[in-house]
Design a protein. Structure first.
Length: 294
């Protein structure tokens, strides 16, 4: 049985969007959907004589009901999809890392209420990007229209090459165009610039003069094109390109060189996650590339 798509859920509106996104992704991949909530009691005790009892099962039962309700709604919308739910005691970062070991994709909303609030910001971002065993999608914006292209930020590094493999697979699953974006700082950009002379970049997709020996050769049905994207930073260049092309997904590696180094740490990842007009997929360095096609 293939690994499921896992969604981090806390009951918020963005978590609801993540569940629906995860359902569509699971259908594309021909796998099941698992909706997971990280449950923890407040660390601050209530005042003396307060009616609140930290051992009360009310919040846990309420969340179990909400998980069941969402699973029922997804099954009603997609009768062929296998949907399961889990409530796991623990911190959000630890739960996410644990569930990613048995998932082919982890999906979360951009903002949450409790267990997954602030995902990919601060310490949870470091845990997810540094230790997750599968790609992580942060759902942003409205539902992408059918046919929206996939955008990949690449620089020829090993991390970017892992992301390229995932991006090509995503483009094939969706039957859409793939745009390979190569960042070039504004100070060095020029009209009509190209990447044909960059051996690091063509290590990703293959040198056309050598018969396309890279990732592109393994996905002959995927139509792709390259763009040099000038900008003060890799994040701003990718955000601008994603908006200009009405991208349905923006894919980046967790580690790179040059323009995309440190993409999921510090201000760059924060800018991409906060300002991208579409869902963002981060492919961690530890990701082992597998065939996700049914």
């Amino acid at each position: 049985m293939s690994a499921p798509v896992v969604v981090g859920f806390d009951g918020s509106a963005t978590a609801q969007s993540a569940v629906h996104y995860g359902a569509r992704e699971a259908l594309r991949r021909g796998c099941g959907l698992r909706v997971v909530h990280a449950f923890g009691w407040p660390v601050i005790l209530p005042p003396f004589h307060a009616p609140y009892d930290q051992h009360d099962q009310g919040p846990r039962a309420a969340m179990l009901d909400l998980l069941a309700q969402n699973a029922h709604e997804v099954r009603a919308a997609h009768p062929s999809l296998s949907v399961t739910t889990r409530l796991i005691d623990g911190s959000p970062g630890g739960v996410l890392v644990d569930v990613s070991r048995d998932a082919q994709l982890l999906v979360v909303g951009h903002r949450g209420l409790g267990g997954f609030t602030g995902l990919l910001v601060g310490s949870v971002a470091a845990q997810a990007a540094g230790h997750a065993r599968c790609p992580v999608v942060v759902v942003r914006g409205d539902d992408p229209p059918d046919g929206a292209p996939v955008v990949l930020g690449t620089d020829g590094s090993s991390g970017a090459n892992r992301a390229a493999e995932v991006a090509f697979a995503q483009a094939q699953l969706r039957d859409v165009e793939l745009i390979l974006a190569h960042h070039q700082p504004v100070r060095r950009s020029s009209a009509g610039a190209s990447v044909t002379g960059d051996p690091g970049f063509w290590a990703t997709v293959g040198d056309p003069a050598a018969g396309a020996l890279g990732v592109g050769a393994r996905y002959p049905d995927v139509k792709y094109r390259t763009e040099v994207v000038p900008g003060a930073s890799a994040a701003s260049a990718l955000i601008t390109l994603a908006r200009r092309t009405s991208a349905g997904l923006l894919v980046v590696g967790s580690r790179g060189r040059g323009g995309f180094r440190g993409l999921v740490t510090g201000s760059t990842s924060r800018n991409v996650i906060e300002h991208a007009s579409c869902p963002v997929m981060v492919v961690p360095a530890a990701h082992a590339v597998v065939d996700v096609l049914p």
